[in-house]
Design a protein around this ligand. Structure first.
Ligand SMILES: Cc1cc2nc3c(=O)[nH]c(=O)nc-3n(C[C@H](O)[C@H](O)[C@H](O)COP(=O)(O)OP(=O)(O)OC[C@H]3O[C@@H](n4cnc5c(N)ncnc54)[C@H](O)[C@@H]3O)c2cc1C
Length: 301
């Protein structure tokens, strides 16, 4: 991919990074190495995911607490309301607030049976993310991000139902939506037009997944409802045993996707890091950022 000159700080793009709490000591080392490596990129904020299926809050809370204490990043905590009464959810919110969290990524979450299992709201809990946003707003003046699904949430009846839920989340006080990762920018643009036509005014921030491994991603994408376009197979064909070349293609693909979205008027992006730094850094380099210019753009902002 053609590289831009790095002589002026790039100011037309802002980005955030998503991490997940480590599940082992080895993964713990991997996360904090990645965080150290990504420190100079000056993201708008970072976010830490919340255990799937209503699992314990502890790993997210301890990870978020360390982000707040040891890094310069504005840090958001993801939060789900699955399998919990409202009181239990409020206790969780309170413990995050006490740890210094002011920004939540508010989600319904998946059924405890996993992605695709039928979802049963807890009878005494929040039934969906729109209700959770309203609950958060009653508790405090938090910054709130929510999810959006350009290719439709797998459980949604249709895209109109999906967009209606996004509108409810925005009407209840969400500040921005972060999308599920996608690779089809034409589809995203059509989706965004429908979102705007429905009266949703908050930023809808594309979720960008740099492709560490296309085969693994295909398994995961199916459950999320993300289509893997044929051009990706073509780009990666023949590179299965060539990790260095594969990484270069992955960085090009993600940077090209972002540049194309910038041409379509987008300027904010949420990068799924998978707790690894090199590919994310390569994408930002390809976009014409350098660590130094990212820092000075941040200082000037
Ligand atoms: C940016 C992002 C971050 C995420 N982070 C996490 C995380 O940290 N932890 C985690 O566990 N998961 C996470 N998820 C996954 C998310 O929890 C699942 O996609 C979940 O199934 C829906 O949660 P939601 O907040 O999007 O739901 P909602 O916004 O409440 O609903 C999503 C859509 O599903 C439909 N829907 C909801 N409930 C029903 C129902 N009962 N019947 C039919 N249709 C229904 C609605 O039409 C709606 O449009 C994340 C997803 C995204 C996009």
């Amino acid at each position: 991919m053609h590289q831009k000159k790095n002589d002026a700080p790039r100011r037309d793009i802002i980005f955030s990074f998503e991490f997940f709490p480590p599940k082992s000591e080895e993964m713990e080392g991997q996360l904090w190495n990645a965080v150290r490596d990504l420190q100079d990129w000056n993201p708008e904020f970072v976010s830490v995911t919340y255990g799937a299926g209503g699992t314990t809050k502890a790993p997210t809370l301890s990870t978020v607490t360390r982000f707040l204490a040891d890094t310069p990043f504005a840090t958001a905590s993801h939060l789900t309301c699955v399998s919990a009464t409202k009181e239990e959810t409020h206790q969780v919110i309170d413990s995050f607030r006490k740890a210094g969290v002011t920004h939540f990524v508010a989600l319904r979450g998946d059924a405890p049976g996993g992605v695709g299992a039928p979802y049963q709201p807890h009878p005494g809990g929040y039934a969906n993310a729109a209700e959770l946003v309203a609950g958060l707003k009653q508790i405090g003046d938090f910054e709130i991000s929510v999810s959006a699904y350009p290719e439709k949430h797998p459980e949604s009846r249709d895209q109109a139902a999906d967009i209606d839920m996004l509108k409810r989340k925005a009407d209840n006080g969400a500040d921005r939506a972060l999308t599920q990762f996608f690779f089809d920018n034409d589809n995203f643009e059509r989706y965004l037009e429908k979102v705007r036509a429905a009266g949703v005014k908050i930023p809808v921030v594309p979720g960008i997944m740099p492709i560490q491994n296309l085969t693994q991603l295909k398994r995961f994408a199916g459950a999320c409802g993300t289509v893997i376009p044929a051009f990706l197979d073509e780009r990666f064909a023949g590179y299965d045993d060539k990790p260095e070349e594969r990484a270069k293609i992955a960085a090009d693909v993600a940077a090209e996707q972002i540049e194309d979205l910038v041409r379509r008027g987008l300027h904010e992006f949420h990068l799924y890091t998978m707790n690894r730094a090199p590919l994310v850094s390569a994408v930002l380099n390809n976009l014409g950022f350098s660590r130094q210019t990212a820092r000075s753009a941040g200082a000037a902002a």
